[in-house]
Design a protein around this ligand. Structure first.
Ligand code: XMP
Length: 480
């Protein structure tokens, strides 16, 4: 019989970061900029999880505005997922290239339904040649009776609109919007054709969120998940067409032949789109994904708060060790690691990054926020939101009820690897991120690190005992 050695696997609670001599005078001196993928930078190294109780467009918009990014989950029909991406990409931009447009003969009812569905506050009215005829805003429609009127009868006509040429300078556009106290500035070319739209809302948002994660057109960045089976290639193509910034190949065990083959196909078909692949928990897993072209590797097998993978299957690697191993393997290739799952506070976030991750993916901490999908539940006078693992029975049932199922699954055959739960309501995602980033900045300054790269260099972990952990928590006090 050959001898087997068993390695020790550690997780966040097993370690602390040793305080270092630090020249960082204030938290403001700490720069949390990092990379999500080879090419995409973020000011805040936090990603919202591609779970159906966490990230749809509202969360992705909030995350990108705050300097992080959200990944739209894949448990939607292709059309629905594409529509979520569209909402994020249209949420703000310097110039909206293709503003929503309707013909003058369309009814108020049509316009209201469209605006409701697309979350838009106005529509431009154009003729068949694309020439601008007028503008309708929610206000114009508010008092229309019945809804059968044509847009031509309620719009503000072209001659009363302030417009600008397509090449107007953004600063000049701002002055025009301000001078006329208007919200929307249609851009019109010499032949009267609509060529774009600038809104004061976008300008205000740009001033308010200078660190927002944006593409070169000034639109918020967003990612979207795809699976490894069924329609994943068509899904990916539709998402890329819509302008998605990053595809996330999302599978519980990312170190399988099926996942590697899917990654290879995605890489070949979409050479210009960044692809995140995962999940893995070993250096070999990370290396194999990188060899197939991954632009970032998502790490975590079983650490998530709703995961029962380790209990059901016996498989997994404690998350700190998984991050350390994968980061070491990925570093020579310049491929960032995303630490996915198990992060409960800013201390865990700092430890995950210090172990070599470039960003961290959060499910639980964001599931309770206003922007997560799903309703508030009130229990015993307290507010909660529902949260569930994507490998839970409920999630599998939802997948089956989709018009076009993502995967063919027979419920009786499902062995769930996740649970359903509720989490306390936590207010706005931006406030949760603010607290986390504040803690991270302090944590980095304890390590004497001004940047994430310095954190990787300077961080020193010390392994602790159960007594050390007990000492770390508040103790020997009575509740206030
Ligand atoms: P947290 O701890 O932030 O973790 O809630 C979020 C991550 O958990 C993973 N996830 C699952 N893992 N069974 C699992 O084993 C599941 O049903 C499940 N659902 C989500 C996923 O990686 C997510 O980002």
């Amino acid at each position: 019989m050959h001898e087997r050695s068993i390695r020790l696997g550690l997780t966040f609670d097993d370690v602390l970061l040793v305080p270092k001599r630090s020249g960082v005078a204030t938290r403001a001196q700490v720069d949390t900029r990092s990379r999500l993928t080879r090419r995409i930078e973020v000011a805040v190294p936090i990603v919202s999880a591609n779970m159906d109780a966490v990230t749809e467009s509202a969360m992705a918009i909030a995350m990108a505005r705050e300097g992080g990014i959200g990944i739209i989950h894949r448990f939607l029909s292709v059309e629905q997922q594409v529509a979520e991406v569209r909402r994020v990409k249209r949420a703000e931009s310097i110039v909206i290239d293709e503003p929503y447009q309707f013909g003058p003969e369309r009814t108020v009812r049509d316009a209201l339904a469209f605006m409701e569905e697309h979350g838009s506050a106005g529509l431009l009215v154009v003729n068949g040649a694309g020439q601008l005829l007028g503008l309708v805003t929610a206000r114009d429609l508010l008092f229309a009776n019945g809804g059968d009127e044509t847009l031509a009868s309620v719009m503000t006509p072209r001659e009363r609109l302030v417009t600008a040429p397509p090449d107007v300078d953004p600063e000049e556009a701002r002055t025009i919007l301000h001078r006329h106290r208007i919200e929307k500035l249609p851009l019109v070319d010499a032949s009267g054709r609509l060529a774009g739209l600038i809104t004061s809302r976008d300008i205000r948002s740009r001033l308010k969120h200078p660190w927002a994660t944006k593409d070169p057109k000034g639109r918020l960045r967003v990612g979207a998940a795809v699976g490894v089976r069924g329609d994943y290639l068509e899904r990916a193509a539709a998402l890329v067409d819509e302008g998605v910034d990053v595809l996330v190949l999302d599978v519980a065990h990312g170190h399988t032949e099926a996942a590697l083959a899917a990654l290879e196909r995605l890489r070949e078909r979409f050479p210009d789109t960044d692809i995140v692949a995962g999940n893995v928990a070993t250096a070999d897993g990370a290396r194999d994904l990188i060899a197939r072209g991954a632009d970032a590797v998502k790490v975590g097998v079983g650490p998530g708060s709703t995961c029962t993978t380790r209990i059901v299957t016996g498989a997994g690697v404690p998350q700190l060790t998984a991050i350390l191993d994968c980061a070491e393997a990925a570093a020579p290739h310049g491929v960032p690691i995303i630490a996915d799952g198990g992060i409960r506070n800013s201390g865990d976030l700092t430890k995950a990054l210090a172990a070599g991750a470039s960003t961290a993916m959060l499910g639980n901490l964001l599931a309770g926020t206003e922007e997560s999908p799903g309703a508030l539940v009130i229990r015993n006078g307290r507010q909660y939101k529902t949260y569930r693992g994507m490998a839970s029975l409920w999630a599998a049932a939802r997948r089956q009820s989709l018009d076009r199922p993502v995967e063919d699954e027979d419920l009786s055959q499902i062995v769930a690897e996740g649970v359903e739960a509720t989490v306390p309501y936590r207010g706005k995602a931006g406030d949760v991120l603010g607290q986390l980033v504040g803690g991270l900045r302090s944590g980095m300054s304890y390590c004497g690190a001004r940047t994430i790269a310095e954190l990787w260099e300077r961080a020193e972990f010390i392994q602790i005992t159960a007594a050390g952990w007990k000492e770390s928590l508040p103790h020997d006090i009575e509740p206030a």
